[in-house]
Design a protein around this ligand. Sequence first.
Ligand code: GLN
Length: 488
Amino acid sequence: MQELLKKTAAELSQMLKNKEVSSTELLDLTFKRIEEKDGTIGAYNSLTKDIAYETAKSVDEKLKNGDNLPKLAGIPLALKDNMNMKSSYTTASSKILAGFKSPYDATVAKKLRENFVPVIGKANMDEFAMGSSNENSATKIVTNPWNVKKVPGGSSGGSAAAVAGFEATLSLGSDTGGSIRLPASFCGVYGLKPTYGRVSRYGLIAFASSLDQIGPFARCAEDIALTMEVISGYDNHDSTSLNIEVPEYSKLMKTDIKGLKIGIIKELMGEGLAPDVKAAIEKSIQTYKDLGAEIVEISMPHLKYSIGVYYIIATAEASSNLARYDGVRYGYRAEGAKSLIEMYTKTRAEGFGDEVKRRIMLGTYALSSGYYDAYYKKAQQMRALIKQDFDKAFEKVDMLLSCTCPNTAFDIGSKVDNPLEMYLTDIGTITINLAGIPALSIPCGLDSEGMPIGLQLIAPVLKEDTLLKSAYNYEQATKCNELVERIF
Ligand code: GLN
């Protein structure tokens, strides 16, 4: 029975329809696996068993009555702990939100409910999604299911580790500068950052609002497509969501890629790239050639500024978004303050971790009247140039390709004392958020230590179908989706 956990969401959906398994049985198996594994992996901050079993019961009832099931009904899914779901603890892995229970559903949670997808728990993460290794979580450490000495990547480390560790079939994460793609790459699974506005952010705890986007994790391309069909779409609660029809990605992806023009980003293939990662990416390029794609080299002259630009814009927006945690409205309140102001400051001093404080200070500084022009305004101007680099590239090619990260998962503790070095792991991913375009990380091999390597596919606005089609063809040719089964 345990072997069922290896199956994809698409396969399990079919099995549910054929009455070969029930949704309740799937949950039993998943929770048993969590009980066995999560003591070491630490992917979950909390479990939502009651909510999950209630959903599974409705699914089984529907199956018994011969009713049609919506897509992904009955498939166990984990939500990153920065997405509100009514009656669930939602902490963003921060002490300042300890004990906070959501009074409402985020739009993604509502869509999952409407599609009868059982949400099994809230996944651990870097505090307020700030980090690349999950080491900034105030709750507990997340380990990489491939090697417990290594980080799972961040900030959606719990969401990635849950799927890689077979503790969930699917999960959702959020990606502001790579937080879906980086952990997907470190854990050997698939992770998609959709186009900005494709998935509603209503009910997602805001980090940097002009960059944040929700997206799925899975163990194959088709499951990413199916999850996107469930969570995408216009939402009148989120004015940045796009009122454009959601395509049937899972159908569109099953066509060949002959003649597809793929650009290789020159600046991400040189200095700083680990030799094993470089070799794996070069092999992937060859696979795409064999599949009939045309390969060209593309230069992105402003890419080198993207880390600086991102860490100004993201911290500036975060300093404003995090002003709301004041000890009055949500979660934690410090004891023993003698005035209102002291209560605010004590609550924030005790409630936020070091990285969050560092970002609030950086962001406040960048926005201050004396420095606004020098930092924030300059960063916005540079953001426009970075976006232009992509516009120009997409005049020549249909898709871009790079590593997701220049290195594979590193040892826990090896970068925590050096925030700048940690920020550099984001070089391949953050540019995408600055441009608002979609990108998908897929597994493409293992390094000499046996850790997964991620390949990043990047497309123009709303061309998620190109990414999925390319991932699907690559998967058919290489069976890269089966790599993760080694750690079952
Ligand atoms: N690692 C980046 C950061 O720390 C990205 C985080 C994210 O995408 N949420 O800001």
